[in-house]
Design a protein around this ligand. Sequence first.
Ligand code: ZN
Length: 73
Amino acid sequence: MTTKKCAACHRSALNDSEYCLNHKQAFDSVTNHYRVWIDACGDISWQNFLHKLSTMQETGSWVKEAIALELEK
Ligand SMILES: [Zn+2]
């Protein structure tokens, strides 16, 4: 059995994720935030949303790292 590495850092990834626990939690919070945003503010594309978040000062570094990876996809 090989241990996967997190796509965003050197920690081990979770079995069911490409991310470690920290980055997975960060990314899950982004996904939840996206749904809330759409309900509250209307339609925005996933890519635009990620861009917006990555430029906000209050976005944490775990989240920004996960976002940077998603935007490369
Ligand atoms: Zn990680």
